[in-house]
Ligand binder design. Sequence first.
Ligand code: XIL
Length: 379
Amino acid sequence: MKHTKFITLLSLFFLIVSCSNESTSGGPSLGSGNTGNDGDNNNGQSESIYYSPQYSLKEVASYYVGVGATWSRLTSSGSNYGSIVGREFNSITAGNAMKGSVTNPETIEEYNWEPGDEIINFAEENNQRVHGHTLIWHNQYPGWIDSFSGTDEQFEAAVEKYVKDVVSHYKGKVASWDVVNEALESNGSLRTNSPFYQRMGEDYIKKVFTWAREADPDVKLFYNDYSLASTSSKTQGVVNLVNSLKDAGVDIDGIGLQMHIRVDYPTNSTITSNVKTLTDTGLLIHFSELDVIVNDNGSLSELTYNAALDQKNKYKDVFEIYDETVPDDQKFGVTIWGVRDIDSWLNPNMNNHSDWPLLFGLEYEYKIAHEGIIEALKD
Ligand code: XIL
Protein backbone atom coordinates (compact mmCIF):
# COMPACT_ATOMS: atom_id res chain seq x y z
CA MET A 1 0.00 0.00 0.00
CA LYS A 2 2.69 2.38 1.11
CA HIS A 3 4.75 1.25 -1.90
CA THR A 4 1.93 2.04 -4.40
CA LYS A 5 1.49 5.48 -2.89
CA PHE A 6 5.21 6.14 -3.32
CA ILE A 7 5.10 5.08 -7.02
CA THR A 8 2.10 7.35 -7.61
CA LEU A 9 3.86 10.26 -6.00
CA LEU A 10 6.97 9.56 -8.04
CA SER A 11 4.99 9.49 -11.32
CA LEU A 12 3.33 12.73 -10.35
CA PHE A 13 6.75 14.26 -9.75
CA PHE A 14 8.06 13.18 -13.18
CA LEU A 15 4.88 14.43 -14.84
CA ILE A 16 5.35 17.85 -13.28
CA VAL A 17 9.02 17.93 -14.24
CA SER A 18 8.33 16.93 -17.85
CA CYS A 19 5.51 19.47 -18.16
CA SER A 20 7.69 22.24 -16.86
CA ASN A 21 10.37 21.33 -19.40
CA GLU A 22 7.81 21.38 -22.18
CA SER A 23 6.51 24.76 -21.17
CA THR A 24 9.93 26.31 -21.77
CA SER A 25 10.76 24.43 -24.97
CA GLY A 26 11.05 26.07 -28.32
CA GLY A 27 12.18 29.58 -27.43
CA PRO A 28 14.84 31.39 -25.55
CA SER A 29 14.01 30.89 -21.94
CA LEU A 30 14.46 33.34 -19.16
CA GLY A 31 16.75 32.06 -16.48
CA SER A 32 17.02 34.12 -13.36
CA GLY A 33 20.54 35.05 -12.38
CA ASN A 34 20.18 32.84 -9.36
CA THR A 35 18.28 29.79 -10.42
CA GLY A 36 18.96 29.20 -14.09
CA ASN A 37 16.70 27.33 -16.45
CA ASP A 38 16.78 23.72 -17.42
CA GLY A 39 14.37 23.57 -20.34
CA ASP A 40 15.05 21.86 -23.68
CA ASN A 41 15.10 23.58 -27.04
CA ASN A 42 13.91 22.11 -30.34
CA ASN A 43 17.22 20.36 -30.95
CA GLY A 44 16.93 18.57 -27.66
CA GLN A 45 19.87 20.59 -26.35
CA SER A 46 19.87 22.01 -22.89
CA GLU A 47 19.03 25.70 -22.67
CA SER A 48 20.32 26.18 -19.18
CA ILE A 49 22.59 29.06 -18.26
CA TYR A 50 24.38 26.51 -16.03
CA TYR A 51 26.00 23.16 -16.77
CA SER A 52 27.77 20.28 -15.06
CA PRO A 53 31.52 20.53 -15.64
CA GLN A 54 33.68 17.56 -16.53
CA TYR A 55 36.96 19.42 -16.18
CA SER A 56 38.42 22.24 -14.16
CA LEU A 57 40.05 25.15 -15.96
CA LYS A 58 43.49 24.47 -14.52
CA GLU A 59 43.52 20.81 -15.48
CA VAL A 60 42.80 21.62 -19.12
CA ALA A 61 44.96 24.74 -19.56
CA SER A 62 48.53 24.66 -20.82
CA TYR A 63 49.16 28.12 -19.30
CA TYR A 64 48.11 29.75 -16.02
CA VAL A 65 44.43 30.51 -15.48
CA GLY A 66 43.97 32.85 -12.54
CA VAL A 67 41.35 34.60 -10.47
CA GLY A 68 41.07 37.95 -8.74
CA ALA A 69 40.20 36.87 -5.20
CA THR A 70 38.82 38.52 -2.07
CA TRP A 71 40.88 37.41 0.91
CA SER A 72 38.06 37.46 3.49
CA ARG A 73 35.91 35.16 1.37
CA LEU A 74 38.85 32.85 0.67
CA THR A 75 39.60 32.32 4.28
CA SER A 76 36.13 32.00 5.80
CA SER A 77 36.07 28.40 6.93
CA GLY A 78 34.25 25.78 4.92
CA SER A 79 33.61 28.28 2.16
CA ASN A 80 32.54 27.18 -1.30
CA TYR A 81 34.39 30.23 -2.51
CA GLY A 82 37.70 28.76 -1.32
CA SER A 83 36.91 25.33 -2.78
CA ILE A 84 36.13 26.79 -6.20
CA VAL A 85 39.26 28.96 -6.20
CA GLY A 86 41.38 25.97 -5.18
CA ARG A 87 39.81 23.61 -7.68
CA GLU A 88 39.60 25.81 -10.77
CA PHE A 89 42.59 28.15 -10.78
CA ASN A 90 46.37 27.86 -10.54
CA SER A 91 47.11 31.57 -10.19
CA ILE A 92 45.67 34.19 -7.81
CA THR A 93 45.68 37.95 -7.89
CA ALA A 94 44.56 39.77 -4.74
CA GLY A 95 41.50 41.80 -5.74
CA ASN A 96 42.36 44.46 -3.16
CA ALA A 97 44.57 42.94 -0.43
CA MET A 98 47.91 44.11 -1.86
CA LYS A 99 46.85 47.62 -2.86
CA GLY A 100 48.36 50.55 -0.96
CA SER A 101 45.01 51.46 0.60
CA VAL A 102 45.09 48.08 2.36
CA THR A 103 48.81 47.46 2.97
CA ASN A 104 49.69 50.99 4.02
CA PRO A 105 46.35 52.53 4.98
CA GLU A 106 47.25 55.46 7.25
CA THR A 107 50.82 56.39 8.09
CA ILE A 108 54.05 55.66 6.25
CA GLU A 109 55.34 53.60 9.17
CA GLU A 110 52.36 51.28 9.63
CA TYR A 111 51.73 48.28 7.42
CA ASN A 112 48.82 45.89 7.39
CA TRP A 113 50.16 42.70 5.84
CA GLU A 114 47.51 40.29 7.04
CA PRO A 115 45.09 40.34 4.08
CA GLY A 116 47.87 39.84 1.51
CA ASP A 117 49.55 37.22 3.66
CA GLU A 118 46.28 35.28 3.83
CA ILE A 119 46.23 35.19 0.03
CA ILE A 120 49.82 33.94 0.01
CA ASN A 121 49.01 31.21 2.57
CA PHE A 122 45.98 30.07 0.61
CA ALA A 123 48.02 29.97 -2.60
CA GLU A 124 50.81 27.98 -0.95
CA GLU A 125 48.32 25.43 0.36
CA ASN A 126 46.79 25.10 -3.09
CA ASN A 127 49.96 25.18 -5.20
CA GLN A 128 49.04 28.42 -6.87
CA ARG A 129 51.11 31.24 -8.29
CA VAL A 130 50.47 34.73 -6.86
CA HIS A 131 50.44 37.86 -9.00
CA GLY A 132 50.88 41.08 -7.00
CA HIS A 133 48.43 43.89 -7.75
CA THR A 134 49.26 46.78 -7.62
CA LEU A 135 52.07 49.06 -6.37
CA ILE A 136 51.29 52.42 -7.93
CA TRP A 137 47.84 53.48 -9.09
CA HIS A 138 45.90 56.78 -8.98
CA ASN A 139 43.19 54.91 -7.01
CA GLN A 140 43.40 52.88 -3.79
CA TYR A 141 46.86 54.26 -2.92
CA PRO A 142 48.32 54.57 0.61
CA GLY A 143 46.30 56.69 2.99
CA TRP A 144 49.10 59.16 3.70
CA ILE A 145 49.55 60.23 0.07
CA ASP A 146 46.81 62.89 0.00
CA SER A 147 47.77 64.47 3.31
CA PHE A 148 51.55 64.42 2.72
CA SER A 149 52.85 67.77 3.84
CA GLY A 150 56.59 67.56 2.98
CA THR A 151 58.45 68.64 -0.14
CA ASP A 152 58.30 66.81 -3.46
CA GLU A 153 61.71 65.28 -2.70
CA GLN A 154 60.41 63.96 0.61
CA PHE A 155 57.29 62.66 -1.14
CA GLU A 156 59.45 60.78 -3.64
CA ALA A 157 61.59 59.28 -0.85
CA ALA A 158 58.43 58.14 0.95
CA VAL A 159 57.09 56.48 -2.21
CA GLU A 160 60.45 54.76 -2.72
CA LYS A 161 60.30 53.41 0.83
CA TYR A 162 56.71 52.22 0.34
CA VAL A 163 57.49 50.45 -2.96
CA LYS A 164 60.60 48.78 -1.58
CA ASP A 165 58.89 47.77 1.70
CA VAL A 166 56.01 46.11 -0.11
CA VAL A 167 58.13 44.36 -2.73
CA SER A 168 60.55 43.16 -0.02
CA HIS A 169 57.74 41.85 2.16
CA TYR A 170 56.44 39.69 -0.67
CA LYS A 171 59.85 38.78 -2.09
CA GLY A 172 59.96 35.11 -3.04
CA LYS A 173 56.20 34.84 -2.43
CA VAL A 174 54.74 36.62 -5.43
CA ALA A 175 55.86 35.74 -8.94
CA SER A 176 55.11 39.16 -10.35
CA TRP A 177 53.85 42.68 -9.73
CA ASP A 178 51.65 45.13 -11.55
CA VAL A 179 54.18 47.84 -10.78
CA VAL A 180 52.19 50.68 -12.30
CA ASN A 181 48.48 50.54 -13.10
CA GLU A 182 46.52 52.77 -15.51
CA ALA A 183 49.11 55.51 -16.05
CA LEU A 184 47.90 56.36 -19.55
CA GLU A 185 44.93 58.22 -21.03
CA SER A 186 42.94 56.76 -23.94
CA ASN A 187 44.96 58.75 -26.44
CA GLY A 188 48.18 57.20 -25.15
CA SER A 189 49.41 60.26 -23.28
CA LEU A 190 50.37 60.21 -19.61
CA ARG A 191 47.49 60.53 -17.15
CA THR A 192 47.96 63.75 -15.22
CA ASN A 193 45.33 63.22 -12.52
CA SER A 194 47.64 61.04 -10.47
CA PRO A 195 49.40 62.22 -7.30
CA PHE A 196 52.51 60.35 -8.48
CA TYR A 197 52.65 62.23 -11.77
CA GLN A 198 51.89 65.52 -10.04
CA ARG A 199 54.55 65.24 -7.34
CA MET A 200 57.27 63.21 -9.05
CA GLY A 201 56.95 64.30 -12.69
CA GLU A 202 56.75 62.17 -15.80
CA ASP A 203 59.72 60.00 -14.86
CA TYR A 204 57.79 58.49 -11.96
CA ILE A 205 57.12 55.28 -13.89
CA LYS A 206 60.81 54.69 -14.60
CA LYS A 207 61.66 55.36 -10.96
CA VAL A 208 59.04 53.00 -9.58
CA PHE A 209 60.09 50.15 -11.89
CA THR A 210 63.72 50.73 -10.87
CA TRP A 211 62.88 50.61 -7.14
CA ALA A 212 60.82 47.45 -7.56
CA ARG A 213 63.73 45.78 -9.37
CA GLU A 214 66.18 46.90 -6.69
CA ALA A 215 63.98 45.34 -4.01
CA ASP A 216 63.58 42.00 -5.83
CA PRO A 217 65.90 41.01 -8.68
CA ASP A 218 63.75 38.02 -9.68
CA VAL A 219 60.14 39.14 -9.57
CA LYS A 220 58.45 39.80 -12.93
CA LEU A 221 57.53 43.44 -13.42
CA PHE A 222 54.35 44.36 -15.33
CA TYR A 223 52.69 47.49 -16.63
CA ASN A 224 48.89 47.05 -16.41
CA ASP A 225 46.09 49.08 -18.04
CA TYR A 226 42.52 48.99 -19.38
CA SER A 227 41.12 49.47 -22.89
CA LEU A 228 44.26 47.96 -24.42
CA ALA A 229 42.21 45.40 -26.36
CA SER A 230 39.92 48.08 -27.76
CA THR A 231 41.82 51.31 -28.30
CA SER A 232 44.81 51.28 -30.61
CA SER A 233 45.98 54.78 -29.56
CA LYS A 234 46.26 53.55 -26.00
CA THR A 235 47.93 50.33 -27.08
CA GLN A 236 50.45 52.39 -29.02
CA GLY A 237 50.96 54.51 -25.90
CA VAL A 238 51.92 51.36 -23.99
CA VAL A 239 54.34 50.35 -26.73
CA ASN A 240 55.94 53.81 -26.51
CA LEU A 241 56.11 53.56 -22.73
CA VAL A 242 57.74 50.12 -22.88
CA ASN A 243 60.28 51.39 -25.43
CA SER A 244 61.10 54.41 -23.30
CA LEU A 245 61.73 52.16 -20.28
CA LYS A 246 63.92 49.83 -22.32
CA ASP A 247 65.83 52.77 -23.85
CA ALA A 248 66.52 54.06 -20.34
CA GLY A 249 67.78 50.63 -19.27
CA VAL A 250 64.80 50.07 -16.93
CA ASP A 251 63.59 46.49 -16.53
CA ILE A 252 60.07 45.54 -17.54
CA ASP A 253 58.95 41.94 -18.08
CA GLY A 254 55.35 42.10 -19.09
CA ILE A 255 52.18 43.92 -20.06
CA GLY A 256 48.81 43.35 -18.40
CA LEU A 257 45.67 43.94 -20.44
CA GLN A 258 42.83 44.26 -17.94
CA MET A 259 40.20 42.99 -20.43
CA HIS A 260 37.05 44.40 -18.88
CA ILE A 261 35.07 43.79 -22.03
CA ARG A 262 31.50 43.33 -23.25
CA VAL A 263 29.87 40.53 -25.19
CA ASP A 264 29.72 42.82 -28.23
CA TYR A 265 32.78 45.02 -27.76
CA PRO A 266 35.55 45.07 -28.76
CA THR A 267 35.25 42.83 -31.81
CA ASN A 268 37.46 39.78 -32.01
CA SER A 269 39.48 41.28 -34.85
CA THR A 270 40.13 44.46 -32.86
CA ILE A 271 41.22 42.43 -29.83
CA THR A 272 43.49 40.30 -32.01
CA SER A 273 45.21 43.23 -33.68
CA ASN A 274 45.84 45.08 -30.40
CA VAL A 275 47.11 41.94 -28.69
CA LYS A 276 49.42 41.36 -31.66
CA THR A 277 50.82 44.89 -31.35
CA LEU A 278 51.60 44.32 -27.67
CA THR A 279 52.95 40.82 -28.27
CA ASP A 280 55.40 42.27 -30.78
CA THR A 281 57.20 43.98 -27.88
CA GLY A 282 58.47 40.51 -26.98
CA LEU A 283 57.24 40.93 -23.37
CA LEU A 284 55.06 38.56 -21.35
CA ILE A 285 51.35 39.12 -21.96
CA HIS A 286 48.82 38.80 -19.13
CA PHE A 287 45.06 39.13 -19.59
CA SER A 288 44.90 40.35 -16.05
CA GLU A 289 41.29 41.18 -15.08
CA LEU A 290 39.00 39.50 -17.57
CA ASP A 291 35.24 39.86 -17.21
CA VAL A 292 32.54 39.96 -19.88
CA ILE A 293 29.67 42.41 -19.36
CA VAL A 294 26.31 41.22 -20.72
CA ASN A 295 24.00 44.03 -19.63
CA ASP A 296 25.72 47.24 -20.62
CA ASN A 297 22.51 49.05 -21.58
CA GLY A 298 20.62 47.76 -18.56
CA SER A 299 17.85 46.16 -20.62
CA LEU A 300 18.04 42.82 -18.80
CA SER A 301 16.49 42.35 -15.39
CA GLU A 302 17.78 38.78 -15.25
CA LEU A 303 20.34 36.74 -17.13
CA THR A 304 18.66 35.18 -20.18
CA TYR A 305 19.85 32.06 -21.94
CA ASN A 306 20.70 34.04 -25.09
CA ALA A 307 22.81 36.50 -23.13
CA ALA A 308 24.54 33.65 -21.29
CA LEU A 309 25.25 31.98 -24.64
CA ASP A 310 26.69 35.19 -26.13
CA GLN A 311 28.85 35.48 -23.05
CA LYS A 312 30.00 31.87 -23.32
CA ASN A 313 31.04 32.51 -26.92
CA LYS A 314 32.93 35.69 -26.02
CA TYR A 315 34.85 33.98 -23.21
CA LYS A 316 35.69 31.19 -25.66
CA ASP A 317 36.80 33.69 -28.31
CA VAL A 318 39.03 35.58 -25.87
CA PHE A 319 40.82 32.41 -24.77
CA GLU A 320 41.23 31.33 -28.40
CA ILE A 321 42.67 34.72 -29.33
CA TYR A 322 45.09 34.53 -26.41
CA ASP A 323 46.11 31.02 -27.36
CA GLU A 324 46.64 31.80 -31.03
CA THR A 325 48.09 35.32 -30.88
CA VAL A 326 50.52 35.10 -27.97
CA PRO A 327 53.53 32.80 -28.46
CA ASP A 328 53.82 30.14 -25.74
CA ASP A 329 56.92 31.65 -24.15
CA GLN A 330 55.11 35.00 -23.75
CA LYS A 331 51.95 33.53 -22.19
CA PHE A 332 51.87 34.69 -18.58
CA GLY A 333 48.24 33.60 -18.27
CA VAL A 334 44.64 34.76 -18.20
CA THR A 335 43.10 35.96 -14.93
CA ILE A 336 39.35 36.29 -14.39
CA TRP A 337 38.31 39.18 -12.17
CA GLY A 338 36.26 37.42 -9.53
CA VAL A 339 34.36 34.21 -8.82
CA ARG A 340 30.55 34.63 -8.69
CA ASP A 341 28.63 37.28 -10.61
CA ILE A 342 27.56 38.74 -7.30
CA ASP A 343 31.22 39.12 -6.25
CA SER A 344 32.10 41.21 -9.31
CA TRP A 345 33.26 44.79 -8.90
CA LEU A 346 30.52 45.60 -11.45
CA ASN A 347 27.81 44.65 -8.92
CA PRO A 348 25.75 46.12 -7.34
CA ASN A 349 27.23 47.97 -10.26
CA MET A 350 28.26 51.23 -11.63
CA ASN A 351 25.17 52.16 -13.65
CA ASN A 352 22.33 51.12 -11.37
CA HIS A 353 21.60 47.86 -13.08
CA SER A 354 22.89 44.38 -12.47
CA ASP A 355 25.34 42.49 -14.55
CA TRP A 356 26.47 38.87 -14.71
CA PRO A 357 30.08 39.15 -15.95
CA LEU A 358 31.74 36.10 -14.37
CA LEU A 359 31.74 32.27 -14.41
CA PHE A 360 29.68 31.30 -11.36
CA GLY A 361 26.12 31.88 -10.13
CA LEU A 362 25.02 32.84 -6.63
CA GLU A 363 25.21 29.28 -5.32
CA TYR A 364 28.47 28.61 -7.20
CA GLU A 365 26.65 27.03 -10.14
CA TYR A 366 28.92 26.65 -13.16
CA LYS A 367 27.76 28.98 -15.91
CA ILE A 368 28.10 27.89 -19.52
CA ALA A 369 30.78 30.60 -19.84
CA HIS A 370 33.02 28.14 -17.99
CA GLU A 371 32.21 25.53 -20.62
CA GLY A 372 33.19 28.02 -23.34
CA ILE A 373 36.63 28.41 -21.80
CA ILE A 374 37.03 24.64 -21.45
CA GLU A 375 36.14 24.27 -25.14
CA ALA A 376 38.73 26.88 -26.11
CA LEU A 377 41.42 25.32 -23.93
CA LYS A 378 40.76 21.82 -25.23
CA ASP A 379 40.78 22.77 -28.93
C1 XIL B 1 38.47 46.76 -8.19
C2 XIL B 1 38.11 45.71 -7.15
O1 XIL B 1 37.70 44.52 -7.78
C3 XIL B 1 37.02 46.23 -6.24
O2 XIL B 1 36.76 45.32 -5.19
C4 XIL B 1 37.43 47.58 -5.67
O3 XIL B 1 36.36 48.12 -4.93
C5 XIL B 1 37.83 48.56 -6.77
O4 XIL B 1 38.85 47.95 -7.58
N1 XIL B 1 40.97 47.98 -12.48
C6 XIL B 1 41.87 47.47 -11.57
C7 XIL B 1 41.39 46.75 -10.37
O5 XIL B 1 43.09 47.51 -11.83
O6 XIL B 1 42.23 46.91 -9.26
C8 XIL B 1 39.99 47.15 -10.01
O7 XIL B 1 39.54 46.29 -8.97
C9 XIL B 1 39.07 47.09 -11.20
C10 XIL B 1 39.55 48.02 -12.28
